[in-house]
Design a protein around this ligand. Structure first.
Ligand SMILES: Nc1nc2c(ncn2[C@@H]2O[C@H](COP(=O)(O)OP(=O)(O)OP(=O)(O)O)[C@@H](O)[C@H]2O)c(=O)[nH]1
Ligand SMILES: [Mg+2]
Length: 332
């Protein structure tokens, strides 16, 4: 029987995927349990949620006692329109990519295991920015589990492979094998398994690096013979800068967000410096919540300037779905 999960459930679930502390996890799980349609088709899922809630409660207690922050490793605050985590084998060029797309200055070196800690940077895209996170390499022997928390908290994974060298293509299959042994998997789209809520899939782009070196196409064909790779591919040279603009664009597009500019009733112009970003399909109420936690509750209507409606400044209700570059003036 299909579970027929509601949009509110999916929203809570998306937040759960990104939860960074046991407290956050517990809050989202309780919300999911409240929102889940109660019928036979969801019995198993309800039971699983309840089990997860008791586990999360125990963790929260433990957490309080130990006074530790977060359990998914180092906390990097989410910033910008979304988060993309760069993962891969040693020497794939992950740090080089971060250095090229952001202003961060990670160490880039020809020896493996250069990066020891995740490091963020902001990638500009038009008038917004996307958070990119460089991570330590994953190999058959070494796997820093904090990467799993980062992946779950990401909107997108950039799976990097060096196809310029033989070691490079050999290093990729172990990355996928290690992840497949966990409940954090990569896929073409992000979703949580409806049967097994612990199992999370994160949208992934395959970034094939070092395309400036000879023999790349042959090596890639060989790699695909022994490793199934069902992802959208980008060929780049992080060192030479080739293919980076297409990749930058694809990263932003993959987030599937829209920008909204807010305007105060007392002002003539909107605040163009600080667009709010929200998932495509979001409404005026979602915008209000972004502006201020309490604003959604007191929301009355908003005046909207958009290419999507006929009269500029029309009064719209909370369920109006905003479009990219809409200007909104919220009245509460
Ligand atoms: N030819 C070529 N070399 C590259 C390219 N990108 C990175 N490199 C080189 O590959 C080596 C590894 O680059 P890093 O960015 O440090 O690789 P990494 O994936 O961060 O490595 P770890 O931190 O050890 O996991 C460095 O010597 C880079 O100069 C590229 O596009 N072409
Ligand atoms: Mg590195």
């Amino acid at each position: 029987m299909p579970a027929n999960l509601t949009p509110q459930y999916h929203k809570a679930e998306a937040e759960y995927r990104r939860a960074q502390t046991p407290e956050d996890e517990l809050r989202c799980l309780e919300l999911m349990l409240r929102e889940i349609p109660k019928h036979k088709g969801t019995d198993k899922l309800q039971a699983e949620l309840k089990a997860k809630i008791s586990k999360a409660k125990a963790e929260v207690e433990q957490h309080k006692k130990s006074g530790k922050k977060g359990h998914h490793g180092p906390q990097i605050l989410r910033q910008g329109a979304g988060r993309a985590t760069i993962i891969g084998g040693p020497n794939a060029g992950k740090s080089q990519l971060l250095a090229r797309l952001t202003r961060a200055t990670p160490e880039v070196a020809e020896y493996p295991f250069t990066t020891r800690e995740p490091q963020p940077g902001m990638m500009p895209w038009e008038d917004v920015a996307v958070q990119l996170i460089d991570t330590p390499p994953i190999t058959a022997d070494v796997f820093d589990s904090s990467i799993l928390g980062l992946i779950r908290g990401s909107d997108l994974v950039l799976l990097m492979a060096d196809i310029g060298t033989d070691e490079g293509i050999e290093a990729l299959p172990p990355v996928l094998e290690r992840l497949n042994q966990t409940k954090t998997r990569l896929a073409r789209e992000s979703y949580l398994d409806e049967e097994d809520i612990g199992l999370s899939f994160t949208q992934t782009l395959l970034v094939l690096n070092k395309c400036d070196l000879p023999g790349c196409e042959e090596r890639l064909a060989l790699l695909k013979e022994f490793c199934p790779l069902d992802f959208t591919e980008f060929r780049i040279s992080a060192e030479h800068g080739t293919g980076l603009e297409d990749l930058r664009h694809a990263i932003y597009q993959a987030l599937d967000v829209v920008r909204v500019y807010t305007k105060l009733p007392s002002k003539k112009d909107p605040d163009y410096d600080k667009p709010f970003t929200l998932k495509r399909g979001g409404t005026l109420l979602d915008v209000a919540e972004l502006v201020h936690r309490d604003l959604a509750a007191s929301f009355k209507y908003a005046r909207v300037w958009s290419t999507s409606i006929v009269s500029p400044g029309a009064q719209m209700k909370g369920d109006y779905v905003v479009h990219d570059k809409d200007v909104v003036e919220i009245h509460a």
